[in-house]
Every structure is written in C-alpha cells, then in structure tokens.
Design a protein around this ligand. Structure first.
Ligand code: HMG
Ligand code: MG
Length: 286
C-alpha cells in the first residue's frame, strides 16, 4: 500500500487573490466545481477579508453558494477577524483559516497589525469556530524570509506556531510566502517547529519564485510532513508581499509525489483541465 499524501488546493483563493482582472464569480465557481471532480479533499475557495484590501475576494459568499458541494470535500476560507468568520460561517464553510506571520514587517503589511495584535484577534475566531464545530487551520507566513524584514529566525516561526496551536488550531500551514526559502533554511525552520508541533499537524505551503518549491517539499517529506498546499496552473502570489510569485503548481506537485511513491487520490486529467482553466482565467478569461 503506498503512503498517502494530501494536496490542499488553494488556487481559487491564493491563486486568484493576486489577479489584477476582476474575475467574474461564475468563472470562480466553474473552477471550484472542476476541482471538486479532481479528488481533492480540501479546496480553499475564498477569503472573507476586507474588500478594500483584496477586491478580488469580495464575492466569497456568492462563490460558496454557487458551487456544487461534493461529499468528502471540505471547502475552506480565510477569516482574519470575527467579521470574516461570521461571513464564512453564514456561507457554510467546512474549515476556516486564520493567518499570522512570523515577521513583523509582513504582519503589518498584510493585516495592519503586529504579530501579538493579530494573535489576539485570532483567539476569538478560533474559539468561536471550535465551539461551532469547525476545524481551524492556522497559517504562518514568511517562515524563512520576509519581503520587508529579510531572513526570519526559525524560533520566531516556532513561537507563532505554538501560539496558534495553543489557541486551538488543528493544523499549521507553514508558508514560504515569497518563495525564497532554500532547502537548508526550510529544514532548519521545520526542526524548530517540530519542537512544538506534531508532524501530522503541519502542512507545507511553498511559493515557487526561485524554482525550489519541490526541493522544499522533499525536505518536508523527509521531516515527516504529508500535507502540502498548491494551486492549479501555478497561479498566485500575495498582494501584500512584493516579489511573491505563483504557488507551487498542483500538476507539478502531484506528479512529484506520485513519482516518490505517494498516493494523492487525484485524477490527473481533471487536475490538468483545471490548470488550463486557471491559466485562461489569468489570461483574461475564456
Ligand atoms: P484594517 O483596515 O486594519 O481594519 O484591516 P478595519 O477593521 O479598520 O477595517 C477596514 C475596513 O474593512 C472597514 O470598512 C471594515 O468594516 C472592513 P469601512 O468601515 O472602512 O467601510 N472589514 C471587513 N470587510 C469585510 N470582511 C472583513 C472585514 N474586516 C474589516 N472580514 C484587515 C484589517 C484584517 C481587515 C485587513 O488587513 C485585511 O483584510 N487583510 C487581509 C489581507 C489578505 O487577504 N492578504 C492575503 C491573504 S494572506 C496570504 O496570502 C498568505 C498565505 O497564502 C500563506 C503564505 O503564502 O504565507 C495565507
Ligand atoms: Mg500563499
């Protein structure tokens, strides 16, 4: 029996949030519906953030009400505060995500809050979500490098991860937000985080700016991680992280994991079709 690795598809959120063209809601729904056919167990479909900050994500509720819900697929959304949480809950999400940074520069740029202020804000979100029976993902951004502060110490990543776990997050997704992490830096970061978290609670979220994302996946596999985020078509970036290029492409990640002997459960032709659709969306729609 091959060992299982989970790919969490974040394209409809992390992929599309950075696109300059305001993508029509129907196109987003069509992409999510295609992804549901592909065999993902989790798809991040929306962000309930300020539309002034990320206009592209303003239609999260409409996307969630328009998609077909597949049994066995959990539909996730980002929720930076209680307002976002209430919107996501009303839209019927299955999992919410709070998102912190290991560096102060990015925390301020992305959330208009210091790291401690953001963690304080997330406490109520996580507590409420858990009371409502929803599972919660905690992102930590800039796990090796920050576009504002430079190199980030592994201990800072461990500190923020521990705080998110202590408030009740079920999983931590470790984000190389600008895709500058080298395998050595990722390995040192994971060694620190594994002091405070079990390996099955950790996910790797690698952007592919420097073409090192798959090497970083290998480092994480070696450390025991089996959950990875990616975006079909390699879409993505973060509007508040200058230099952040696309996410690791799901097509590449799936092929890589399968070659390494892992079972991902994805249907390759649907993933490829979704990748083509995502690229058309980037190029102005079909
Ligand atoms: P703020 O300006 O400090 O907050 O933003 P505010 O409370 O003053 O609100 C500003 C306005 O937004 C107000 O409206 C609020 O009502 C409204 P106004 O009174 O001016 O008309 N507002 C909201 N509207 C809808 N939904 C909400 C909401 N909250 C406030 N939830 C805030 C603080 C957190 C809202 C803002 O900084 C924000 O939205 N940031 C999100 C930025 C973002 O989405 N970044 C991309 C996702 S993170 C990422 O990509 C990294 C990741 O992929 C991992 C990795 O790669 O590392 C996850
Ligand atoms: Mg990201």
């Amino acid at each position: 029996m091959p060992e299982t690795a989970e790919i969490v598809e974040v394209g409809p959120r992390d992929g599309l949030q950075n696109e300059a063209r305001l993508i029509p809601t129907e196109e987003k729904i069509a992409l999510v519906d295609l992804l549901s056919c592909a065999g993902f167990r989790r798809i991040e479909v929306a962000s309930f953030v300020s539309p002034k900050w990320v206009p592209q994500m303003a239609d999260g509720a409409e996307v969630l009400s328009g998609i077909q819900r597949w049994d066995g697929v959990r539909y996730m959304a980002l929720t930076p505060n209680m307002r976002g949480y209430d919107g996501a809950k009303a839209a019927g999400v299955d999992q919410v995500a709070v998102f912190a940074s290991a560096s102060e520069g990015f925390s301020k740029a992305n959330l208009n809050a210091s790291i401690p202020e953001s963690l304080e804000r997330f406490e109520e979100v996580v507590r409420t979500a858990k009371a409502d029976g929803l599972s919660v993902r905690g992102y930590v951004s800039c796990v090796t490098d920050c576009p504002f502060d430079g190199a980030v110490a592994p201990t800072e990543v461990a500190k923020v991860s521990a705080a998110l776990l202590a408030m009740g997050c079920d999983e931590i997704s470790l984000g190389d937000t600008i895709g500058r992490g080298t395998p050595d830096a990722v390995d040192a970061m994971l060694a620190a985080v594994l002091q405070v978290a079990e390996m099955d609670m950790l996910a790797g979220h690698f952007h592919d700016t420097s073409g090192l994302a798959l090497e970083n996946v290998d480092v994480a596999l070696e450390r025991g991680l089996r959950i990875f985020d990616s975006a079909v078509g390699g879409l993505g970036g973060c509007p508040y992280a200058p230099g952040a290029a696309g996410n690791l492409a799901t097509e590449k990640l799936d092929a890589h994991l399968v070659t390494r002997g892992y079972h991902t459960g994805l249907q390759r032709h649907f993933v490829a079709k979704a990748g083509r659709m995502a690229k058309e969306m980037r190029n102005g729609g079909g």
